[in-house]
Design a protein around this ligand. Structure first.
Ligand code: GLN
Length: 482
């Protein structure tokens, strides 16, 4: 097996027993990126030199017997909306094409402190708005499972990098599904943590009440380990919560006896592809045979999920993106006076989808329509949150499909609304602030990966990881029939 095919956990073990050096690992990934990425386009910026430097420093620490973090020397890829000091952070937008941040996001600081080399910055939909990575201003990322298909989005580059063995694991961000949906399309594991568990300091803001950074990896234990590294309070993010972070590895026990799994019919209705439905139901059956109890729950407000999400997300985006005016940083396109400069900068710097969202959000917040749209959406959001809280008095985890279909083709979803509808199952956990995980549960007749989503109540990542680990063990023992 090639080094680049190893999981992050396997690489960590090989490093710990000096079977390999960090430099060899990083070099293997760089070679792989050089060989494959011109086709796949998972990366927007490849930081080979910095990664090799960090790897050599890690190897030296190890050789000299200096204190090491567990993950010292294991490389990673990060989505291009997280600030990396002295490394271009474009957010997939022309607006930030030349932007070089003077500081690291908190999660980046943590990765660097752990001694992990960063291989590069991954492609994404512009400002994280999209579900296919087709909205990137720079490149279309191709799904490594089938290059004719999109990798999902907006963290399409981060999911493709892992699935295509161009990084052992990666960080993505998820506002309405952007970690889980691409993980599902590419056949890897992705977790959106509880809102407030991971610091957003240095994450380019899209919709601040929904955005959350999370891990993507080959296996559940990798995702648990990466979450461990990034979770925890940060005084630089006022929405970061002061809870103590549990030992996530301790939840990796393949035992689901007594676990109560909720199935909501609202997640299995019209629009759901049959093959996706049966793969997800098979996963539920596998868990039930392993001792979990399956309970029907009701989440009727799922019907209003898309409208509610797209009102709140666009309203927040319209406010957050007001800062791109050509004055302080980012693109500046000259004009006769300052107003002309603002206009030219924003007209040239933003792509079509971003402009659409700014207009939708501005409209929803405008004086005459605020009560009818934004306020109403906030009220429905509260009800959605209560509905989840109610369901979680009956069950420990809710299982749903991650997406209604498997990966679609380029240009297939021309109507923006059709693209929005592909987020139907992923947006409600963001609205409720609860964690969600997507993991593979089979393939369709075209060999495209199918993802199953697991949702738990606030700060119940351990329950998600335990359920996912148990299912993964069942799948790997071959008890899983496809
Ligand atoms: N596809 C959704 C959107 O376009 C979610 C994106 C995300 O989670 N960043 O808003």
């Amino acid at each position: 097996m090639e080094l680049f095919q190893r999981t992050a956990t396997e690489l960590q073990k090989m490093l710990a027993c000096s079977q390999v050096t960090s430099e060899q690992i990083v070099q293997a990934f760089i070679n792989r990126i050089e060989a494959e990425d011109s086709q796949m386009r998972a990366y927007l910026t490849i930081t080979a030199k910095e990664a090799l430097g960090a790897a050599q420093a890690s190897d030296l620490r190890r050789k000299q017997g200096q204190p090491l973090s567990k993950w010292d020397g294991v490389p990673i890829a990060v989505k291009d909306n997280m600030s990396t000091k002295n490394v271009r952070t474009t957010c997939g937008s022309k607006m930030l094409e030349e932007y070089i941040p003077p500081y690291d996001a908190t999660v980046i600081g943590r990765i660097k402190n752990a001694g992990m080399p960063i291989l590069g910055k991954t492609n994404m939909d512009e400002f994280a708005m999209g579900s296919s990575t087709e909205n990137s201003a720079f490149a279309k990322t191709h799904n490594p499972v089938n290059l004719q298909k999109v990798p999902g989005g907006s963290s399409g580059g981060s999911a493709a990098a892992v699935a295509g063995f161009e990084a052992p694991w990666s960080l993505g961000s998820d506002t309405g599904g952007s970690i889980r949906q691409p993980a599902s399309f590419c056949g890897v594991v992705g977790l959106k943590p509880t809102y407030g568990l991971v610091s957003r300091y240095g994450l380019v803001a899209y919709a601040s009440s929904l955005d959350q950074i999370g891990p993507i990896g080959h296996r559940v234990q990798d995702v648990a380990a990466l979450l461990q590294l990034i979770a925890g309070h940060d005084y630089k993010d006022s929405t970061s919560v002061t809870v103590s972070v549990p030992d996530y590895q301790a939840s990796l026990v393949a035992d689901v006896s007594g676990l109560r799994i909720g199935i909501a019919k609202e997640f299995f209705s019209e629009g759901l592809n049959n093959q996706v439905k049966s793969a997800v139901m098979r996963a539920v059956q596998n868990l039930s045979q392993a001792g979990a109890e399956v309970v029907d729950v009701s989440l009727p407000l799922t019907d209003y999920a898309i409208e509610t999400y797209y009102l709140i997300a666009t309203a927040e985006a319209s406010a957050n993106l007001a800062r791109y005016d050509g004055v302080r940083y980012g693109l500046r396109v000259a004009g006769d006076d300052s107003v002309a400069m603002f206009k030219h900068t924003r007209a040239e710097g933003f792509g079509t989808e971003v402009k659409r969202r700014i207009m939708l959000g501005t409209y929803a917040l405008s004086a005459g329509y605020y009560d009818a749209y934004y306020k109403k959406a906030q009220q429905v959001r509260t009800l959605i949150r209560r509905e989840f809280e109610q369901a979680f008095t009956q069950v420990d985890v809710i299982i749903t499909p991650t997406t209604p279909t498997t990966a679609f083709g380029f240009g297939e979803k021309k109507d923006p609304l059709e693209m929005y509808l592909s987020d139907i199952y992923t947006v409600t956990p963001n609205l409720a602030g609860v964690p969600g995980l997507s993991m593979p549960c089979g393939v369709d007749s075209n060999n495209l990966p199918i993802g199953v989503q697991m949702i738990a109540t606030h700060f119940s990542e351990p329950v998600l990881l335990r359920t996912a680990f148990a299912l993964e063990q069942i799948q790997r023992k071959g008890e899983f029939n496809e």
